[in-house]
Design a protein around this ligand. Sequence first.
Ligand code: SAM
Length: 279
Amino acid sequence: MERGLYIVPTPIGNLADITQRALETLQHVALIAAEDTRHSRKLLAHYEIETPLCAYHDHVSEQVTEQLLLRMVNGEAVALISDAGTPLVSDPGFRLVRAAQSKDIPVIPLPGPCAAITALSGAGLPTDRFFFEGFLPAKSHPRRKRLESLRHQTGTLIFYEAPHRIRATLADALEIMGPEREAVLARELSKTFETLKRASLSALLAWVDADANQQRGEQVLLIGPAQDQQDTELLERDRKLLFRLGEELPPRKAASIVSDLTGIKARVLYEQLINREKK
Ligand code: SAM
């Protein structure tokens, strides 16, 4: 097998969701670096794969990373897997991929399962543009700030969320994005209790409140793009005016003037200006 670091996606629930190429790769590499070796052993046993395993996550010592790199420098093939889905997507691997690249070790990513893309494909929300946020902060204050910064995104937003926080996140999203914003809760994808529910944020919150089972299991929350034109795309001319004034005046003043001239809410303009300055 060609030397290199193989990034191998594994099933997110249904064990049959693994590609032929992923199985052959796991069979033939010299070593599989796994987020949790005990967890991955079950998958490998199911497919009768006996390749040696070692633990890899983003907090392993430099020494462990160096040993892995050395094996690949010396011509071996190593596979990286996480507990479920695509490694590096809200999972370990980023540091290893960068380290491999810096040593000219080929990195070979295999296509495969990913909860975010699976949820998006079945959600019935716009897919032409989407923004993957992964996990929001666990505490309400930073979570709300993050949601606030995403409020005007013109693509579908995708979040991973822990079951015990889904209610609180829905409540925060409702307050910040408005009760009518369309959203989807995609739960237990590819498993027995798979559920995809599309509704307004307020209806979705009422739904999880009415049935505690909807707060169980693995969850992807998707929120549809901002619809209100004021919230989304400022006309190009207004945007130019805002940014030009922002160079000369404090942001609040610039936003207030453009608001007087255009009727667009000063808060929306102010946020555009601040977000642009942060970039
Ligand atoms: N790397 C994985 C991927 O490619 O999707 C994601 C890993 S992340 C640590 C785990 C989160 O992904 C869960 O908390 C949940 O939000 C989401 N997830 C994973 N499997 C899922 C499933 N079967 N149904 C719904 N969400 C899932």
